[in-house]
Design a protein around this ligand. Structure first.
Ligand SMILES: Nc1ncnc2c1ncn2[C@@H]1O[C@H](COP(=O)(O)OP(=O)(O)OP(=O)(O)O)[C@@H](O)[C@H]1O
Ligand SMILES: [Mg+2]
Length: 463
């Protein structure tokens, strides 16, 4: 019912259709009840009339003062005045009285009428019939009669036909009127929906900051506008990030390339010794590797964006993995007078070893960078429901609340004025997040005046 041909049926059509069907059924039921009660009423009326006729004829026949001939002629006179009534009266001697206006056909039918065999409803063609036996005492004699009366139903039928005709016409008119009213109401009722849809139509990439006003729409549409606004916020956020992203890439690339150009130009400006040239080349190599790292990071993120990161599903002992990474960072930590501690343990998980190594390395390298001299970075491992939890925490300055949700964005750094030499490009946490998400895990960061903590959840098996 939801689809007619290939298009979904419109709300107005559905409403009009349903209301018309309901109304038609209601009218049909109403007409049926009405016609049936009229028919029943007519039947009771006819039966009463027939019994009254039988009583009247009996009273005529009971009169002792007149002869039977006189009685019959008086009855005939009365029957003459009732065109819709046919009577067949026969006494024990075979004398017959019939209505003067009746046809032979109807008289013969009345004569042969047998209520036990014929229609139980005493209904014959257009007549309702009744039979009665009459006994009267006259001149010390018992006279017996058989009386069959028939009442023409033509009048009732005409009335019923007229009633049915009027009911049909009124039903059609009422249906048409209701459809018109419903159509009008539906169009009026759906107007706010059209207004909302017009407002939505006006949203373009240039004015993503537009918001619909949930208080100006009817209750039914409130949730829709709220959801739409939430969607706009998300789209705007992604859009702004995407726009900034290109600018950020250009910016990040420009600096090392400018450095390379300047250094090359200076070294070309006069004759250099072999050693001087080698020094320039070493310095350039640093910039090249920085650029190369950045490009491969970008490629990695592009893959993640296109859902093309498919981690290996190999068994990984995360504790052994972290121990290995900590050994790698040992010298750097010592140089900075920082201690690296690991506590707890966790079960084996199915994951991509290389990717996890990359993620954890990124987090530990950040932690070491932001830990004050003499303090320690700690890594906490625990088994939780359906997976493991890794918390990497380091003391240091609190990251202001407003930065936390954006920390995992590409090129996002808390302190933008910091010297580039000490800072990375701000892409590390974006990579960490895409790796964790590719494993169907989660990551979040909290920070207070004592420490900053990155909490990772990894399912035992992400597949
Ligand atoms: N452990 C931490 N303590 C305090 N601040 C942190 C910590 N880890 C990350 N941050 C903040 O989050 C920012 C983003 O980190 P991210 O790892 O993405 O970039 P980065 O380390 O600056 O560069 P990259 O990792 O690409 O070399 C950092 O610039 C820093 O301001
Ligand atoms: Mg980093």
């Amino acid at each position: 019912m939801n689809k007619l041909f290939s298009h979904p049926i419109s709300i107005s059509t559905r409403l009009i259709f349903l209301i018309s069907i309901t109304l038609s059924l209601a009218l049909l039921l109403f007409s049926w009840i009405m016609i049936n009660s009229v028919i029943l009423h007519f039947k009771q009326q006819d039966e009463y009339a027939l019994s009254q006729i039988s009583l009247t004829i009996r009273s005529f026949l009971s009169e002792n003062t007149n002869s039977q001939n006189e009685q019959f002629s008086r009855i005939r006179t009365i029957l003459n005045e009732h065109q819709n009534l046919v009577v067949y009266l026969i006494d024990q001697n075979g004398n017959v009285l019939t209505s003067p206006n009746a046809t032979i056909d109807i008289i013969s039918r009345l004569k042969n009428y047998d209520p036990t065999k014929d229609n139980a409803d005493q209904y014959l063609d257009n007549y309702r019939l009744a039979e009665s036996k009459i006994k009267v005492y006259r001149s010390n004699d018992i006279q017996q009669y058989r009386l069959v009366t028939a009442l023409s139903l033509n009048f009732h039928h005409d009335y019923l036909n007229a009633l049915i005709y009027k009911l049909i016409i009124s039903a059609i008119l009422l249906c048409l009127f209701t459809i018109a009213v419903v159509y009008f109401l539906v169009i009026k009722g759906l107007k706010p929906l059209k207004e909302v849809s017009d407002e939505i139509k006006n949203v373009t990439s240039e004015n993503l900051s537009i918001r619909l006003d949930p208080d100006s729409v009817p209750n039914e549409l409130k949730q829709l506008t709220i959801s739409f606004n939430q969607m706009l916020i998300k789209i705007e956020d992604v859009f702004v990030r995407q726009t900034n992203f290109s600018a950020d890439i250009a910016h990040e690339m420009r600096t090392p390339i400018t450095n390379l150009m300047t250094e090359t130009q200076i070294s070309l400006s006069k004759n250099r010794t072999k050693e001087e040239l080698a020094e320039v080349l070493y310095s350039n190599l640093e910039e090249y590797s920085r650029l190369s790292r950045m490009i491969s990071d970008m490629l990695f993120l592009a893959q993640a964006d296109n859902n093309m990161l498919t981690p290996d599903q190999k068994q990984v002992d995360i504790k052994a993995e972290i121990t290995f990474i900590l050994e790698y960072f040992e010298f750097l930590a010592e140089d900075n007078d920082i201690q690296l501690k690991m506590v707890g343990s966790a079960g084996l998980i199915f994951a991509d070893k290389e990717m996890l190594r990359r993620a954890i390395t990124n987090l530990i390298s950040n932690a070491i960078r932001y830990t004050p001299k003499g303090d320690s970075v700690s890594i906490n491992l625990t088994d939780v429901k359906n997976g493991i939890e890794i918390i990497i925490s380091n003391p240091g300055k609190k990251i202001p609340e407003e930065h936390l949700p954006k920390l995992f964005d590409r090129f996002y750094r808390v302190d933008k004025s910091r010297q580039r030499k000490n800072e990375g490009s701000g892409i590390g946490l974006a990579i960490v997040k895409s790796i964790i998400l590719a494993h169907k895990g989660s990551i979040f960061v909290t920070s207070d005046e004592y420490s900053t903590r990155f909490t990772i959840f990894l399912p035992y098996n992400y597949g």
